[in-house]
Design a protein around this ligand. Structure first.
Ligand code: ZN
Length: 191
């Protein structure tokens, strides 16, 4: 699947909206991205995760791990395609941890899968879990890197899509000056 085909899927499923948006930060933006919108559809999840698997298939992987919640279905699908074990980390008392009897062994080769990388916070915490268990981090794969390439993990890194989202302060917003109606994402009516 090419980059433009991936973009087409994101637009078709309303995961990627283009226009003039009010973000929770109060800033305005030309794009709005909600990954869960595309992940509703198993066929698209499969197509997108196949891009990840095609990219990493040469790597030796024992286990796929994801931070809850957004990364879970991505990691599960990548693990299914690779026929490898899948586990997830979740927050307990605000600290990312392995629960439910999940564990990692010394020397186990681990791939992290995430839906969207913004600041990389959850992924860094999962990297710590891997280190604390003396397992080996093989790489980090995500559907979207919206950090504009700024977040760098100390491991091979792959994103299906890199999004360049431009944000503006309200009093300095060119979209406002063009009188394009401002939309609050989520308030949009169903078609
Ligand atoms: Zn504006």
């Amino acid at each position: 699947m090419t980059n433009s085909q991936t973009l087409e899927i994101f637009k078709k499923t309303d995961a990627l909206l283009e226009g003039h948006f009010l973000l929770t930060s109060g800033k305005h933006s030309n794009k709005y991205f909600q990954c869960a919108q595309v992940l509703q559809y198993p066929l698209y999840l499969n197509k997108i995760c196949t891009v990840i698997v095609d990219h990493i298939k040469a790597a030796q992987i024992d286990t796929v791990i994801s931070p809850a919640i957004g990364g879970i279905c991505v990691g599960q699908e990548v693990a299914r395609l690779l026929n490898k074990r899948f586990i997830f980390a979740e927050r307990e008392d605000n600290k990312m941890t392995l629960r439910r009897g999940f564990n990692l062994s010394k020397g186990e080769k681990v791939l992290i899968c995430e839906d969207v990388i913004t600041t990389g916070g959850s992924v860094y915490e999962v990297i710590n879990i891997i280190k604390n268990n003396e397992a080996d981090l093989v790489g980090v794969a995500s559907i979207v890197d919206r950090s504009n390439g700024k977040v760098k993990f100390d491991a091979p890194q792959f994103s299906v899509l890199t999004l360049d989202v431009v944000t503006y302060f309200p009093d300095d917003c060119p979209l406002c000056k063009e009188n394009i109606p401002l939309v609050k994402p989520g308030s949009r009516k169903k078609k």
